[in-house]
Ligand binder design. Structure first.
Ligand code: FCB
Length: 455
């Protein structure tokens, strides 16, 4: 593959926040322990035909029992920060009301261990595991879910606010809304386009109310993580240019604009006119959603190639095949896209501090006879993306941190355990962890950065 150079540790600011990310349902396991309730992902993964090979997160990487060793591994890798999510059904098993102290205790122990080792905890409050009872009451298409999310944010902030500086409300609300309620590829697996757009609004509202709750508890750094993608036209036909506009609206601006400019874009409203009348909006929502943030988390995996064929039932653009090399997910490798995206965010939305909260790749990893995983493609992927991020910084983009997805192999949603994204390999039969070559490369790079910047 063609790669845009090699990153230089000296090209990143001294206080750059280097980390790795995970999510609760993907790694914790212990699905029935210590009072945890059920989430939409328990239901979905236990429904035959939904997840590849019938895999579930019941055991996952058993992090709920191995977290101390996992934090030791993070220290060994030299991570400065660890981004993880709190499982709402561990904190409020039914999504509302009584708090499960054992759930809070788990995260308190984790956070204390991280702090003791000098690793900055970074909490994502919602990484897709909605308590099933809230889905039974309508889920994200229903306004009440946003209010319940704010209550939950308050509970977690009260318990952990004195020991956690970095907070993000939601991870990738695009996936929660469109994959969860329109395509059905994610939990809860519904196929209702109007409900999906209502879910967008209530996720954003939940975010805004969550920000208020976090601020009221004195949270220092507050933001949200979006999955954003540059849109590239498949050819230079004028109809394709309009499809690029629509795809950008539907994937990126439908979230960025209400959060950072105070309203949904007019063209996105028009594109969605046949799907919803936006009657879920109430007075005051726009201001709540646009509450000032301290940071924006950016999850970047690929550039989307756009063609014109509409998605069924919508006026949206289709995403076509890409000609770049592909990862095991079939996602096109486009390191330059990361720098382009970061520059675009600064140009269109201003100088809000940016963090790459996820970037990484799945490949067909093999444990070789020497007991190692020689994942040269992943190392090349990471190096190229860091070089692209470095160029963005040199261009003046306020990029403050980078988190590799993922710390370790885990339950990759509808793909089950068939896709490995970790820089640490997990043998699911024994739960043995092995640092892959890419993990060693990342650790060496972080060490070189530390040595040069002297933090
Ligand atoms: C992102 C998710 C994360 C993981 C990666 C591969 O969309 O946030 O949980 O599945 O993709």
């Amino acid at each position: 593959m063609t790669l845009p150079g090699t990153p230089d540790p000296a090209g990143f600011p001294a206080d750059f926040l280097w980390g790795a990310a995970t999510a609760a349902y993907q790694i914790e396991g212990a699905a029935d322990e210590d009072g945890r309730g059920r989430s939409i992902w328990d239901t979905y993964s236990h429904t035959p035909g939904r997840v590849r090979d019938g895999d579930t997160g019941d055991v996952a990487a058993d992090h709920y029992h191995r977290w101390r060793d996992d934090v030791a591994l993070m220290a060994e890798l030299g991570l400065r920060s660890y981004r993880f999510s709190v499982a709402w059904p561990r904190i409020q098993p039914g999504g509302r009301g009584p708090v499960n102290q054992k759930g809070l205790d788990f995260y308190r122990g984790l956070v204390d261990e991280l702090n003791d080792r000098g690793i900055e905890p970074w909490i994502t409050l919602y990484h897709w595991d909605l308590p099933q009872e809230l889905e039974d009451a309508g889920g994200w298409p229903v306004r009440d879910t946003a209010e319940r999310f704010a209550d939950y944010a308050d509970v977690v902030a009260e318990a952990l606010g004195d020991r956690v500086r970095y907070w993000t409300t939601l991870n990738e609300p695009w996936c929660s809304s469109f994959l969860g309620y329109a395509s059905g590829a994610h939990a809860p697996g519904r196929h209702e386009h109007d409900a999906a757009v209502a879910a967008v609004h209530h996720l954003l509202l939940g975010h805004g109310l969550g920000v208020q709750a976090l601020r009221a508890r004195g949270a220092e750094q507050v933001g949200i993580t979006l999955n954003l993608a540059p849109m590239t036209p498949v050819d230079d036909h004028p109809a394709v240019a309009d499809a690029v506009r629509r795809a950008d609206g539907w994937q990126n601006r439908i979230f960025l604009d209400p959060l950072l400019r105070g309203s949904y874009p007019d063209d996105v409203r028009a594109d969605l006119a046949g799907v919803t009348d936006f009657s879920f909006e109430q007075d005051g929502d726009a201001a709540t959603i646009a509450a000032p943030l301290d940071l924006l988390g950016v999850n970047y995996y690929q550039t989307q190639v756009v063609s014109t064929s509409p998605m069924p039932g919508t006026n949206l653009a289709a995403l076509g095949p890409t000609e770049t090399p592909l990862t095991a997910m079939g996602w096109g490798v486009d390191p330059e896209g990361l720098g382009d995206l970061l520059r675009r965010l600064q140009r269109d939305y201003g100088d809000l501090p940016l963090y790459v909260t996820e970037n990484g790749s799945a490949y067909e990893d093999v444990v070789t006879a020497d007991g190692a995983v020689h994942d040269a493609e992943r190392t090349a992927f990471l190096a190229a993306h860091l070089a692209s991020a470095q160029q963005a910084i040199a261009d003046g983009v306020p990029l403050k941190g980078y988190f590799v997805w993922s710390l370790m192999d885990n339950f990759e949603w509808a793909h089950g355990y068939s896709k490995r994204f970790g820089v640490v390999h997990v043998d699911y039969a024994t739960q043995q962890r092995r640092v892959k070559d890419s993990g060693r490369w990342y650790a060496d790079f972080l060490r070189a950065h530390r040595d040069r910047s002297g933090y």
